[in-house]
Design a protein around this ligand. Structure first.
Ligand code: PBG
Length: 325
């Protein structure tokens, strides 16, 4: 009963047919654009490994936020690289610190734009790790969780619409939820970087966020890329602890994980197309080896098809252009 009765090409004959039978659609509604805040005024410091992306002082970040919001992107994810870096991550805890300033300035200028605040210690610690370090050079879980919860509270107080912990410490979602609730922020969602893998694709980001670890690597807290059952375990723990959304990161090399998570939970699933995924396409396009728009659309469609409801991507402003025609 196969060919010649069945000819799948019949509904592939023209653009109109292909549009009608398309199963996955990209819309701006599902995109989140990362922003990198740095100190100063009028600063637009291009990140060499991420063409088109820059570190921005708060005033410039506000301009960029206005522009992406006007282009129809519903949300940004804010990272801060403060000048002051110390063992305690003081800048992240400071109500007048760089991240808090950027959050409140963006919310003042564009109240309708959703601001997710990345919660981590790596951008504000002198050692660049995502948690506190013991004298022996180990990353201490429970004290880090306490600090991370305080950082989340600081960002919620500054006006963040959601906090997004990216540290991968155990138990941080519950600790954050408890503290936020106790302090009057029961309505602030937690977007958990639930299955975050130790990945070579974060390289360019570490330049942008000034967060490369000074010693060692992140493999004692981020996941081993070989593990999918463990990814589900991480995700289900965060759901139990009260996460409102769960994230898989990176996206492109982890499409199987995105699908498994989508099938296992009823929460929105977020995928992060990380810096290296973006930069590889950019670099290939600069050499004329690959078509930037086609590759971006194809990878983002694949992430959506795998089961992501929302995608964090550096292509968001470009997508606004491309989808507008
Ligand atoms: C830090 C953090 C990283 C990213 C988001 N938050 C880097 C890392 O874990 O080293 C990566 C984002 C990207 O590569 O675009 N907690």
């Amino acid at each position: 009963m196969g060919y010649p009765l069945h000819r799948p090409r019949r509904t592939r004959q023209s653009d109109a047919w292909r549009r009608m039978v398309r199963e996955t659609r990209l819309t701006l509604d599902s995109l989140i654009y990362p922003l990198f805040a740095v100190p100063g005024r009028g600063v637009k410091n291009p990140i060499s490994s991420m063409p088109g992306i820059a570190q921005l002082s708060v005033d410039e970040a506000v301009k960029e936020a206005r522009a992406v919001s006007a282009a129809g992107i519903p949300a940004v994810l804010l990272f801060a690289a403060p000048a002051q870096k110390d063992a305690k991550a003081s800048a992240a805890l400071d109500p007048k610190g760089l991240a808090a300033q950027a959050i409140s300035a963006i919310k003042d200028a564009c109240p309708q734009l959703i601001v997710w605040a990345d919660v981590c210690l790596c951008g504000s610690t002198d050692h660049g790790h995502c948690g506190h370090v013991t004298p022996k050079g180990q990353i201490e879980n429970d004290s880090s969780v306490e600090t991370l919860a305080q950082v989340a509270l600081n960002y919620a107080r500054a006006g963040a619409d959601a906090v997004a912990p990216s540290d991968m410490m155990d138990g941080r979602i519950l600790a954050m939820r408890n503290l936020l609730d106790r302090e009057g922020h029961a309505a602030t969602p937690i977007v958990s970087y639930a299955a975050k893998f130790a990945s070579s694709f974060y390289g360019p980001f570490r330049e942008a966020a000034e967060s490369a670890p000074a010693f060692g690597d992140r493999r004692s807290y981020q996941m081993d890329s070989a593990n999918s059952r463990e990814a589900l375990r991480e995700v289900l723990l965060d759901v139990e602890e009260g996460a409102d959304m769960v994230m898989v990161k990176p996206a492109g090399a982890y499409l199987d994980i995105i699908r498994q998570v989508r099938d296992a939970v009823n929460l929105p699933v977020v995928a992060y197309q990380v810096s290296g995924e973006f930069s590889l396409i950019k670099a290939g396009a600069e050499r004329g080896w690959i078509d930037e728009k086609a590759a971006a659309l194809e990878t983002l469609t694949a992430i959506k098809r795998a089961g992501a409801d929302l995608i964090i991507t550096y292509f968001a402003p470009k997508m606004a252009e491309w989808l507008a025609g």
